[in-house]
Structures are given as structure tokens and as C-alpha cells.
Design a protein around this ligand. Structure first.
Ligand SMILES: C[S@@+](CC[C@H](N)C(=O)[O-])C[C@H]1O[C@@H](n2cnc3c(N)ncnc32)[C@H](O)[C@@H]1O
Length: 329
């Protein structure tokens, strides 16, 4: 069968995303101690577009390493996932790199592909990017990861295995214990024999890591500051962007690059839709994202403790990065 791909979008069912955003902003900015904002809110229209630019920056070798591995080993990877397979992708973004895997799988069968994204912009990019593959149907889910995966699992046909993709080292945005819990939850939705292809960025020299998250063009800074701009747009806040600056630092205990927004002066910001006035001291920061780095052996060990076994790993030598094929036990 050689059917041209088609695309459908399942819209968000969240009660009121604006209320949820306001509640999380309020909770994060009134927390005792370090102020925080959840990294998932970095990806509105502007943030998703800026992330695409980050992925081609010379300093951000991560996406290219991920893509090199998928391009070089796509046939081998899909050979390790036997039977009839449906593909779900957590946080697909534009889905560019996924093309290699889907094309390899489409040589063997018609493929149902389910990208799961909170960003409608990213889902739309994914449709444009992959909709031309022969013999594919795409059904996008505008959902949080686990809500989307539950819906995909409920749609699987008898005898069909699921291949879940979690690429780009997005797992690194969870701290280590939350990553373990998340993998357990994913495993709880899967059946024995299903697979998870997990991309993980590996440890590398600190200057190389810091340059990847603080590029000289200032694209990552714009990506980070856009979170405040988003709060201005959606919650009527009055953040003056020039009075905050992007900062990236390496936390050696957590083995993580942390992105923050630092207040350049003492100031008060009003966020009417979150019913909040929030004060900042000069130099005070908001923690917006962490990117944890792994060793290849550690990923295999985490797989074992979360109900998976690590069947294969492919490692990029140019920019240490691992593609890990985990099979649900
Ligand atoms: C770091 S980007 C990676 C994109 C792509 N997988 C890649 O490797 O280039 C993370 C993606 O996950 C999406 N995302 C973040 N948090 C999410 C959540 N809780 N549920 C669903 N999607 C999420 C974002 O919108 C973004 O497109």
C-alpha cells in the first residue's frame, strides 16, 4: 500500500489552560526560596520557533548528534522493534529528525504516527514536516506527555506494539528522581514488548555545555526571556524585559545546566491575571529550565530500575549523545 500521509489534530481538553498557566506562575513566583517557572511554558508560538533556531546553532550540537544517530541507524533501530508497530512521540517538536525512523518503518508497513505536544505551533510544524511521507497517518495530540500516551495506548489495535520516542534529551528537563518516576509512569502505560527510544545528552566538558545554553547570538537568551514576554501577553503582566538577563550555569551536584532569568535591579512586577504583585531583589533569579546530562551506563541502569531493559545503545562520538532502545519487560 502506498497511501500519502494524512493529518488530524486532537485538540486540548484541559479545562482552562489560561487558568492553569496563571496558577502555575503564581505558585512558582511565590515559592519560598528560589523562584521557579515550569520549562514547559517556554514553548508558545515564539518559543517553539526560537527552539528551532537553537537547534541549528553551531554551539548546540545536541540536535545534530541526535539526528546523525537516527539517520545512520534508522534501519537497525526499526529492525530491533519487530511486528506491527504504531509510533507515539512525546514532545515531538517539529519532528524533523523523526523522518528517518518513520521512513525506515514505512518501508515495512503502513505507519500510524501520534505526536504528543503541548505546543500547537510545534504540532503544526510536525504536520508540515512529515505529512509528505508515503504510507503514514498522523494524528496529533495537543496534550501533556502522559495524558497523550494514555490516549494513544487506548487506540492501539490488537497485536500492535507501541514504539514511543522521547528524543532530543528532553528527559534531561526532569531532575533525576523525577525522570525515574516519569519512566515508571510511561512503563505503566505500556505492555511487555513495547519499546521506548530515549535520546540522552551525555556528559561533556563544562565550557562546551555552557556555550550550548548561552550562545553569542543571544537566541537562547531570547528563548528564555520570551517566557516573561509570554506572561505579559497572556496574563497582562508588566515585566520590563530589559530589566532581566539570561544566565546559564552548570550545577556539578545535579550534573545539569540550569537556565535562569536574573533581575538586573530591585523591582516589583504586577501580574493581574495571576492576581499577583511580585518583588525581585537586584540579582535575584527565576529558575526556568534544567538540562541534566547522563552517562551511557547510567541510562542502562535507570532502564533496569523502571521496568525496561536496555536492548541497544547508539552513541555519537562527535557530540557525545546516546540513543537508547529500552524494551518494556
Ligand atoms: C526540548 S524540545 C524537543 C523537541 C524535539 N523532540 C527535538 O528533539 O528537537 C521539547 C518539546 O516538548 C514539548 N513539551 C514540553 N513539555 C511538555 C509536556 N509536559 N507535554 C507535552 N509536550 C511537552 C515542547 O513544546 C517542545 O516542543
Amino acid at each position: 500500500m502506498n497511501r500519502k500521509g494524512h493529518f488530524m489534530l486532537t485538540h486540548a481538553i484541559t479545562a482552562d489552560p489560561a487558568l492553569e498557566f496563571a496558577a502555575e506562575v503564581r505558585a512558582g513566583l511565590t515559592a519560598a526560596g528560589q523562584k521557579e517557572l515550569p520549562s514547559k511554558y517556554l514553548y508558545d508560538d515564539v518559543g517553539s520557533a526560537l527552539f528551532e533556531v537553537i537547534s541549528v546553532l553551531p554551539q548546540y550540537g545536541l540536535t545534530r548528534a541526535d539526528e546523525r544517530l537516527l539517520r545512520r541507524h534508522a534501519s537497525e533501530i526499526v529492525e530491533q522493534v519487530p511486528g506491527s508497530v504504531a509510533v507515539a512521540e512525546l514532545g515531538s517538536g517539529s519532528g524533523k529528525k523523526t523522518r528517518w525512523l518513520l521512513k525506515a518503518l514505512c518501508r515495512r508497513q503502513h505507519v500510524s504516527y501520534f505526536p504528543i505536544e503541548i505546543s500547537p505551533t510545534a504540532l503544526a510544524m510536525c504536520e508540515r514536516e512529515l505529512g509528505d511521507i508515503d504510507s503514514i497517518s498522523i494524528v496529533g495530540f495537543e496534550r501533556e506527555y502522559l495524558d497523550g500516551l494514555l490516549e494513544v495506548a487506548a487506540r492501539r489495535r490488537d497485536g500492535q506494539n507501541l514504539l514511543v520516542l522521547f528524543l532530543g534529551s528532553t528527559i534531561g528537563n526532569f531532575d533525576r528522581s523525577a525522570a525515574t518516576k516519569f519512566l515508571c509512569e510511561v512503563r505503566g502505560i505500556l505492555r511487555p514488548g513495547d519499546s521506548l527510544l530515549l535520546g540522552t545528552d551525555l556528559e561533556k566538558p563544562i565550557p562546551q555545555l555552557l556555550a550550548a545554553y548561552d550562545d553569542p547570538l543571544g537566541v537562547t537568551a531570547a528563548f528564555n526571556l520570551n517566557l516573561l514576554a509570554r506572561i505579559n501577553r497572556e496574563l497582562d503582566a508588566d515585566f520590563v524585559l530589559e530589566q532581566f538577563e539570561h544566565a546559564a550555569c552548570f550545577n556539578p551536584q545535579a550534573r545539569s545546566v540550569e537556565m535562569r532569568l536574573r533581575s538586573r535591579r530591585e523591582q516589583t512586577v504586577s501580574i493581574p491575571r495571576a492576581d499577583l504583585m511580585v518583588g525581585f531583589l537586584e540579582g535575584e533569579t527565576i529558575w526556568t529550565e534544567s538540562s541534566h546530562k547522563y552517562s551511557a551506563a547510567e541510562v542502562s541502569q535507570i532502564a533496569g530500575s523502571t521496568g525496561f531493559s536496555c536492548k541497544a545503545q547508539w552513541i555519537d562520538q562527535e557530540w557525545p549523545f546516546a540513543e537508547n532502545l529500552l524494551v518494556a519487560e
